[in-house]
Design a protein around this ligand. Structure first.
Ligand SMILES: NC(=O)c1ccc[n+]([C@@H]2O[C@H](COP(=O)([O-])OP(=O)(O)OC[C@H]3O[C@@H](n4cnc5c(N)ncnc54)[C@H](O)[C@@H]3O)[C@@H](O)[C@H]2O)c1
Length: 432
C-alpha cells in the first residue's frame, strides 16, 4: 500500500478488545494511520492503547465524556464501548465533528439507530458500522458471486448462526450480553452481522419480519443434580471433584484460556490461586444453569423483502459456525463451516440447467478462518482507510447498512409478541 497519503488520525472511546484490534491493524499499515487519543476507565487498557499508538503525544482520558469535552482530537473516533454505551458517545462525537467507526450494534433501540443515521446526515459526517462479516473471504466471495449474476435472481436465502455452546455460556449466560436489558437482545448482539449480510445480499428493503425463540436450556431447571452456584464451591461436576462438566469454569485455566483473556487482565501472569479466587466472585465462575441470564439460546427469523425475495435465519447455541444457502433462479450456492468440515470446500454451486456442481475452496486466513473474523477485521480497517479518505465504496455506511439493525429490532419485537409479524413500513423507518 502506498504511503503518499497523510496519516488518518484516529482516537478510541473504549480501549477494549475490539478497539485494540482495529488500532493494532491500523498501526501495522505503515504511514496510513496515527492513533492520537484514547479513553477508558481501566488504566491497563488505556496503557495498552498508548503502547499500540507508539505516539509520544498520545492523550489518555478516563472516560468518553472527558475525551469528548476536548476539541476534536482526530479525524475518526472508534466507539468500542459495550452495547449499552454506543448511542450517547456517538451522538456527542458527531456533534464534535468526528467521523465514526461505530461498533455494532449502533445503539440499543431502532429509534436511536435511526437517530444516529439522521445526525450523520445533519452534520455531514460518516458512520462506518463494524460489520466485519462483509469483509471476510467467504462472505465477500458469496456476495461477488451473487453480483455476477451466476445464481440468477435470488429468490431466497437461509442463514444459520451456530454460536457454539461454550461461547454462548461465556458471553450470553455468564457474560456481557446475558441480560438483554443491560445490553441488547441476542438477535441484535450476535446476529446483526447475519441480518446485515442477508439484507446486503438481497439488495432490497425488508418489509416484514416474524420471529420465535426463547431461553430453553441454560436455566436452573436443567442444572445437573447437586450442582452448586459456583464451579469453585465444591461442585461435584467440577474438575477438582473428578467431574467433567463442559461448562466448568476450571476449563478457563486450561483449554479455554483464550476466553479468559477477553474478560480478565493478564491471566497468564497470575498465580492459579488468584484465578481461582477470582472465580469465587466473578460472573465467569457461576454455574451455567444458575445465572441471571435472559438472552435466548435459540431463535428463528423470517424476512420478506420489497423485491419479492424471502429469507430465514436460525440462531442456535447448539452448533458451531455459520452456514449460508442462496437459492437463485439459475443456481444455488451452499457454504459454511459444515461444508468445509465434510466436503473440504468452502462453498458449492449447483447449476439448475446442467445439474453440475462446482466446489469452491477459498484461501482463508489460517488463524481463524471464515467462521470467525478471518480477514474481516483487516478488511474493515482497509475500508475505513478508503471510506474516510473519500475513495472507497460507501456500502457499509450507516445509511446503506441500517437494514440489518431494523430487521434485528423488528425480530425481537415479533418474538416478544409471540411471533406476530412486524411491518417495516415508512412509519417504523422514520425519515432515515
Ligand atoms: N464487530 C464485531 O465483530 C464485534 C465482535 C465482538 C464485539 N463487538 C462489539 O464491540 C463492542 C465492544 O466489545 P469488546 O469485546 O471490545 O468489549 P470490551 O469490554 O473489551 O471493551 C469495552 C471497553 O469500554 C470501556 N468503557 C466502559 N465505560 C467507558 C466509558 N465511560 N468511557 C470509555 N470507555 C469505557 C471498558 O472499560 C472496556 O475496556 C461491543 O458493543 C460488542 O458488542 C463487535
Amino acid at each position: 500500500m502506498s504511503t503518499t497519503h497523510q496519516p488518518l488520525t484516529i482516537a478510541a472511546v473504549g480501549c477494549g478488545s475490539r478497539a485494540r484490534t482495529y488500532t493494532s491493524i491500523a498501526m501495522s499499515m505503515e504511514g496510513r494511520y496515527q492513533v492520537t487519543a484514547g479513553a477508558d476507565p481501566v488504566p491497563d487498557r488505556l496503557e495498552a492503547m498508548r503502547t499500540i499508538s507508539a505516539n509520544p503525544d498520545f492523550k489518555a482520558f478516563e472516560s468518553a465524556d472527558e475525551l469528548l469535552a476536548q476539541d476534536r482530537l482526530a479525524d475518526v473516533l472508534i466507539i468500542g464501548t459495550q452495547d449499552n454505551y454506543h448511542f450517547e458517545p456517538a451522538k456527542k462525537a458527531l456533534e464534535k465533528g468526528y467521523h465514526l467507526l461505530l461498533e455494532k450494534p449502533a445503539a440499543q433501540t431502532m429509534e436511536e439507530t435511526l437517530e444516529l443515521a439522521r445526525l450523520a446526515k445533519k452534520y455531514d459526517r460518516k458512520i462506518l458500522l463494524c460489520f466485519v462479516l462483509r469483509y471476510t473471504d467467504f462472505y465477500s466471495k458469496a456476495y461477488e458471486i451473487v453480483q455476477s449474476g451466476r445464481l440468477g435472481e435470488v429468490m431466497n436465502i437461509h442463514a444459520t448462526e451456530g454460536v457454539d455452546a461454550w461461547h454462548q455460556v461465556h458471553s450470553y449466560v455468564r457474560g456481557n450480553w446475558a441480560r438483554t436489558g443491560e445490553s441488547t437482545p441476542m438477535i441484535i448482539a450476535k446476529c446483526s452481522h447475519d441480518t446485515d449480510y442477508i439484507s446486503w445480499l438481497m439488495g432490497s428493503k425488508c418489509t416484514s419480519v416474524s420471529s420465535y425463540g426463547r431461553l430453553s436450556y441454560f436455566t436452573e431447571a436443567n442444572a445437573p443434580e447437586g450442582a452448586t452456584d459456583r464451579c469453585t464451591s465444591g461442585c461435584p461436576h467440577a474438575k477438582p471433584q473428578g467431574g467433567n462438566c463442559m461448562y466448568d469454569a476450571h476449563r478457563y485455566l486450561g483449554e479455554k484460556g483464550s476466553w479468559l483473556r477477553m474478560v480478565y487482565h493478564h491471566p497468564t501472569e497470575r498465580k492459579e490461586e488468584d484465578l481461582l479466587n477470582w472465580f469465587k466472585t466473578s460472573p465467569w465462575g457461576r454455574c451455567a444453569w444458575k445465572c441471571d441470564n435472559d438472552a435466548v439460546d435459540h431463535q428463528v427469523v423470517n424476512m420478506d423483502f420489497e423485491n419479492g425475495g424471502t429469507a430465514s435465519l436460525t440462531m442456535t447455541a447448539f452448533d458451531c459456525g455459520r452456514g449460508l444457502e442462496i437459492y437463485g433462479t439459475k443456481a444455488c450456492l451452499r457454504g459454511g463451516d459444515i461444508y468445509d468440515g465434510f466436503a473440504s470446500s468452502d462453498m458449492m454451486i449447483r447449476d439448475h440447467a446442467t445439474g453440475e456442481v462446482e466446489l469452491i475452496k477459498l484461501k482463508v486466513a489460517e488463524d481463524d478462518g471464515y467462521q470467525g473474523h478471518g480477514g474481516g477485521d483487516q478488511g474493515l480497517v482497509n475500508a475505513m482507510d478508503a471510506i474516510f479518505r473519500g475513495e472507497g465504496s460507501q456500502n457499509s455506511l450507516i445509511e446503506h447498512a441500517i437494514e440489518g439493525h431494523l430487521i434485528g429490532f423488528a425480530a425481537e419485537e415479533s418474538r416478544l409478541a409471540g411471533g406476530k409479524p412486524v411491518l417495516l413500513d415508512s412509519h417504523q423507518r422514520g425519515s432515515a
